[in-house]
Design a protein around this ligand. Sequence first.
Ligand SMILES: C[S@@+](CC[C@H](N)C(=O)[O-])C[C@H]1O[C@@H](n2cnc3c(N)ncnc32)[C@H](O)[C@@H]1O
Length: 322
Amino acid sequence: MTDRASTLVIPSDFAFLVREGLTREGQKELLSKFLYDQLGSALFDVICLLPEYGLTRAEERILSRHAGDIVKHLPQSVAVAELGSGTGKKTRLLLEALCRRQTVSYYPIEISSSALASCARELNDMRCLSVVGLEREYLDGLLEVAARRAEGQRLLVLFLGSTIGNFDRGANGKFLKQLRRILWEGDFLLLGADLEKEVDTMLAAYDDSLGVTAAFNLNLLTRINRELDADFRLGQFTHEVIFNQRTRSIEMHLRSSAEQVVRVAGADLTIDFTLGESIHTETCHKFSLEELQQLAQGSGFRPASTWLDSQWPFAETLWVAA
Ligand SMILES: C[S@@+](CC[C@H](N)C(=O)[O-])C[C@H]1O[C@@H](n2cnc3c(N)ncnc32)[C@H](O)[C@@H]1O
C-alpha cells in the first residue's frame, strides 16, 4: 500500500517522485502533496468556500461551538503543533479559546510556503500567540517541535480538514503510529475526519460546478510543466472524480482524452498515455465513527471525546496518547 501523503519531499526529489509515479506498473499516480504549490494553495482556499465542499464549514461550526469544551480537556500548559495548517483560519477559533487561559506557542507545519505565509498573516494580530512556522513534512516538523518543547509541557497536535483521508487505508494507521511515537504519554491529537455520506454529495464536493477543483487538479500538470520542463497539454486531460467502493474513498484522477506522448525533460522521462488512461492524484478516504475508534486504539491513542456537526457528517475527535 502506498504512503501517498507522507513520503518525504525534498524539493530536488520532485523529479524523482514524478518519474516514479508515472512509470509505475498499472495505475499511474502523483502524490497529492504536489497539488499545493502557490497556485494550488490559493485554489484550495477557494475550494473551502464552494457550496459543494461542506467539510470546511462543518469543521468551522464544530470549532466555533465547541472550542471551549475541547480546551477543557487539555492540561494547563500546552504547545500546539498543526500538521498541514493551510491558512490557519479555522485553527484561530481553537487558539482564541486557549488564549483565554494561557499564552500559546503555535507551530504550523506546512510544505506550502505560501500557505505558511497566509497562516502567519491570519494570526498576526493575536498578541497571546507566538507563531513559529516550519516549512517541513508533517513528521519532520513534529520531531522538531517535540525537541523544542519546554520541560513538562504537553503537546496538542492538530490534524484538521480530514487531511488524514489523503492517506490510503492502512497507510493512515502506519502514519498515526509514527506520529504517536514522537509524542509523550498524555499528549493530545485533535483529528478532523470527514464521515461517509451519500455518494452524490461526496462526489460533488470534489467536482464542483464552477470547476475550481478541476483547476486545482490540473494545476499539478502546470506545475510539472513549469518546474520540470514538461509538455503536458492541459486540454488533453480531464478532471475526474470517482467513489471507490472497496476503499470507501473519493479518488481524483486526471484522465487522458487522447493517445499521446508527454516529455518531462527535468525527470528525463518520455511517457505514453493511451486514450482514457488516468493518473491518480488524490485519495480522500471517508470514515465511519467505528473506524476512527479502531484507528485511535490501533495507533496507541485513547479516544477522549468526539464532536459532530449536525448539518454535514464530520467528526472532530480528541485522542490522548496512551
Ligand atoms: C487538505 S489541506 C488542509 C488545510 C487545513 N488544515 C484545512 O483544514 O483547511 C492539506 C494541507 O496540508 C499541506 N500538506 C500536504 N501534504 C503535506 C506534507 N506531507 N507535509 C506537510 N504539509 C502537507 C498542504 O500544503 C495543505 O495546506
